[in-house]
Ligand binder design. Structure first.
Ligand SMILES: C[S@@+](CC[C@H](N)C(=O)[O-])C[C@H]1O[C@@H](n2cnc3c(N)ncnc32)[C@H](O)[C@@H]1O
Length: 230
């Protein structure tokens, strides 16, 4: 499957998405942990890129009530599901590709399970950096297994459940086989940290998330330097 086709596949998967992620007991807790890594304070402006049905948006709301959140996704079906939920008045959903976002500057950007799906991750990371204010923060919450044979084996074992479950719930197997392969092909944690550095982020760190996804899902954080001239 071509990466340009991914949002369209999520349109079809949107109906079953919340049910499927709900089967992973640590899914929402892990998102909240990554959202806390943004170091948000009330009054900040945050972009949730690839917000899907709003699971990552909810993690941001839980991290600090009162932040302004612009939540963006390229799948009309996923955004539609997100909009059907109850949100504080400080949350707004926008149907757009990450590559085309034009919503002004942000104190922080959160992208959960997005970067691996981007056709041109370097170009899009540079663009994301351009709308983070000096001193601001990017957090990626992402699968990254290639640095470890054990993590690669755990991911493949998890997919022995995820692929049939996704197929059963949505009637389409292709998004879930793509999920397995895209994670197998994506950066290891050290490669993703280097990718952030070469696209201009400083103070780059990552940490594995605990639970069922230990060694499989990580939080990556980088900053835009405080004294940057624009
Ligand atoms: C696995 S879901 C994650 C949703 C949410 N962040 C969460 O944590 O549950 C990935 C989302 O990224 C979106 N996506 C994929 N490519 C995109 C792109 N180029 N621009 C914006 N969104 C994209 C998909 O439509 C999908 O909703």
């Amino acid at each position: 499957m071509n990466k340009l086709e991914v949002p369209g596949k999520f349109d079809r998967a949107a109906r079953g998405y919340d049910l499927l992620v709900g089967l992973n007991p640590g899914y929402h807790q892990a998102l909240r942990r990554s959202a806390r890594a943004l170091g948000l304070r009330p009054g900040m402006r945050v972009l949730d890129l690839g917000c899907g049905t709003g699971a990552s948006t909810a993690a941001l709301v839980a991290a600090v009530p009162g932040v302004e959140i612009v939540a963006v996704d390229a799948s009309a079906g996923m955004i539609e599901r997100a909009r059907q939920k109850r949100w504080p008045s400080t949350v707004r959903f926008v149907h757009s590709r990450a590559e085309d976002v034009d919503e002004g500057e942000f104190d922080a950007v959160f992208a959960a399970y997005l970067v691996r799906n981007l056709p041109e991750p370097d170009g899009t990371l540079k663009r994301i950096r351009s709308f983070i204010k000096p001193g601001g923060t990017l957090v990626l919450h992402e699968y990254s297994v290639r640095d470890s044979l054990i993590s690669t084996a755990v991911w493949t074992a998890l997919c022995a459940f995820i692929v049939p479950a996704g197929w059963l719930v949505t009637g389409d197997r292709s998004l879930y086989t793509y999920l397995w392969r895209s994670v197998m092909d994506f950066d290891g944690a050290s490669a993703l940290r280097n990718r952030l550095r070469r696209n201009g982020f400083t103070g780059v760190r990552s940490a594995p998330l605990p639970g069922l996804q230990l060694g499989v899902v990580h939080t990556f954080r980088g900053h835009v330097p405080e004294q940057e001239q624009r």
